[in-house]
Design a protein around this ligand. Structure first.
Ligand code: CO
Length: 269
């Protein structure tokens, strides 16, 4: 049976639990990568300067490493998976839970995915540790999807997919129902990292164009040119807007005075 059906055979030879751990980690690694990529490309230094963003990236790396090593199915790799998944939930749980309340939130997709997926990974990792001596293939719910373990996995995947769909619909409804304020750039609450609070972070406008910012966060922020004195807003309070007209072509970096990690860039062309 080593021939054409080789890949499927190899998949079936490994306990189902290991593929759940692998899939959970890879999926979450990719979610974080997709959220962080725009900032990573535009300004890697700003991520390193933001301790929350930097530690999320460290976890992204740990997720990929744990996914790969987890397939070895050793006791120590199960311990690694359990530690990484539980540590992320402990460190970022309180930060992600508020995002669940708002589907328009930038971190909603991460929150709705990360919490159930990591709980599932943690459960399978701990069960793999408990049954490491006899080997996970000896326990039906770890060995095959045709079991209680498989049902739990399907249930959680269904919950995540359903949550993402409801979130996408809910987010667009919420955004459509706040038409009173027209703004190009929104300062969002609960951004995946403070560096990304100006959304979109990159904004292009033609020469002579006006850009409007709105503070949708629960605290005050400013829009302040990195080049001193070029442009700068007062401290914006909740739902307050501020506009600036750009009369010369160029690339204008700006930040928030109380939170220097918050940054954005206006391209005037
Ligand atoms: Co700020």
């Amino acid at each position: 049976m080593e021939g054409s059906s080789g890949i499927w055979e190899r998949v079936r030879q490994k306990p189902f639990a290991l593929w759940v751990i692998f899939g959970g980690f890879v999926y979450l690694g990719l979610v974080i990568l997709s959220l962080a990529l725009p900032t990573l490309v535009a300004s890697p230094a700003s991520i390193l300067a933001d301790p929350i963003a930097a530690s999320i990236l460290v976890f992204m790396a740990l997720f990929f490493v744990s996914a790969y090593l987890g397939l070895k199915g050793k006791l120590w790799t199960s311990v690694l998976s359990a530690v990484v998944s539980i540590l992320f939930l402990v460190v970022f749980g309180s930060f992600l839970v508020p995002s669940l309340a708002n589907p328009a939130d930038a971190a909603f997709s991460l929150a709705i995915s990360a919490i159930p997926a990591l709980v599932l990974v943690a459960i399978f990792s701990i069960l793999s540790i408990i049954h490491a001596k006899s080997g996970p293939l000896q326990k039906r719910y770890l060995a095959t999807p045709n079991s209680a373990g498989g049902l739990l996995t399907i249930g959680i995947i269904g919950f995540v997919v359903g949550g993402l769909i409801v979130g996408a619909i809910g987010g667009s409804v919420i955004l459509r129902n706040i038409p009173a304020i027209r703004a190009d750039i929104t300062i969002v609450p609960n951004a995946p990292s403070m560096a990304m609070a100006f959304t979109p972070q990159n904004f292009t406008v033609s020469v002579g164009g006006t850009v409007t910012w709105v503070d949708k966060d629960t605290t005050g922020h400013t829009v302040t040119s990195n080049v001193t004195g070029l442009f700068g807003s007062p401290l914006l309070s909740v739902s307050e807007t501020w506009s600036h007209t750009f009369s010369q072509a160029g690339i204008y970096y700006y930040h928030c005075t109380p939170h220097p990690q918050m940054w954005g860039v206006i391209v005037v062309s």
